[in-house]
Write a protein that binds this ligand. Sequence first.
Ligand SMILES: Cc1cc2nc3c(=O)[nH]c(=O)nc-3n(C[C@H](O)[C@H](O)[C@H](O)COP(=O)(O)OP(=O)(O)OC[C@H]3O[C@@H](n4cnc5c(N)ncnc54)[C@H](O)[C@@H]3O)c2cc1C
Length: 445
Amino acid sequence: MNRRKFLHRTGWMAAGSCLLPAFLHSCKKSEWQQEGQFQGEVLIVGAGIAGLYAAEMLIKQGVSVQILESTANWGGRTRAFPNAPESIKSAELRTLKGEFSILHDLLRDQNIELIEKTGSELYYFTGAINTEAEANQNTFFQDMLQTVESLNTFDSADISAQTYFDAMDVSTNVASIYTVLAGQVYGTSADRIGAHGIANQYQTWSAGIKEYTITGNQLTDAIETALSSAIATVRFNTVVSSINYSGNKITLQDADGETYSCDRLLLTVPLNVLQSGAISFSPPLNSSKENALSRLGIDMSYCALFKLENALWPAGTTRITGGDLVPSFELTNDGWIYAEVTGTQAEVIASIFGDPLNIIQTQFDQLYPGAINQITESAIHQWQGSRSYDPVGVGAAREALAASINSKIFFAGESTHMGGHHGTLHGAMETAVRAVTQLLSSNPS
Ligand SMILES: Cc1cc2nc3c(=O)[nH]c(=O)nc-3n(C[C@H](O)[C@H](O)[C@H](O)COP(=O)(O)OP(=O)(O)OC[C@H]3O[C@@H](n4cnc5c(N)ncnc54)[C@H](O)[C@@H]3O)c2cc1C
């Protein structure tokens, strides 16, 4: 029973949205696309999906754009394993969330076959692997599901999802399944995410309830074709380290001392980059921005992918949930196993002496003894910031983060999504639409 099934169960349906500008898909011409607007020089920091999508829109409007990207690759977090060999990259699976999204339309326009997620799940608790039917007959499991479901309408004083679980007095036998459904699916652990954040995301989500599986290569190939003009503008290996917006022009400096200047700046770097102070601002960011940065959450995470000679689970199984340190593993019929560990669990792994990949594989071996001896290839990647989430007391931090500075510096990227789609690919693209709309009609004070 995953979040999607909860949505189905409760009869929740989202209204379709048509956010994609007319020149990139089939929606009617959007209001924001007015002629004769801003024509100055724009710099975009970050060549993830938000930065690329914003650049493509601006180029189509005749605006001069360049993207500055710190790494040697475009795409940012569109890849879980950006530095892995091809065999790993082609095995990586991504989830396209929702049938009403810019990304859905972009992939469809690129003739990508979108395969709806199907299959069954397994649950590990009380020392045994249970099928979904077996788990559903268990009272602890049912209580836990109801607790997860009730988070969607939580409206009392904000508490963490874990505190909520403890208050509901649910059996700890199913606690690690809870931390997946009320934590890891949001990019953190249940002790870090706020109940308000979960309820807000549930209630504002508008991308629809379907989920599709695509491979990492399908995603990046489609982006490469659809956003080719944007990719052509990327200056790689350019780590922006300071931004001066005190004058008419905005001046940027990179880690090698090179300077760049523009009329408008669009920042799409991940939340953790802004939180770390790796980019200095002159004048400094105001208290509203600083406050927003301190209230939003983003965790370090480990992504591990490994293959067994033969699948040890029944055909059609897509996930096993319920381990302690690694709360869930995604599974495929041809023996691939994918684990993403974040939040408290990731920090525990980091604190243990030993290779994190081996620790994750050993956890899997506890579910399927002997599996570790069957591994034919594997990869791990550590993300310093995986996906933003709403900690307890987040308030209107995303709105404050997304606000422009003097209509000169604009903010996009998944962490600036204000409608529940943060932490997703399509959400990052939607922030690009919002920021480009603001930028094109900007009138600096
Ligand atoms: C492991 C993992 C799995 C995920 N799985 C899914 C999924 O299946 N489905 C889904 O919808 N979403 C998924 N997400 C979330 C999704 O990938 C992100 O929300 C989205 O890619 C974020 O895009 P972005 O453009 O906002 O940021 P990013 O992709 O992070 O782009 C920001 C760019 O800025 C660059 N940058 C950083 N600092 C600087 C600097 N100082 N100077 C210049 N450039 C800089 C970075 O290198 C990066 O390229 C996943 C995320 C992770 C981490």
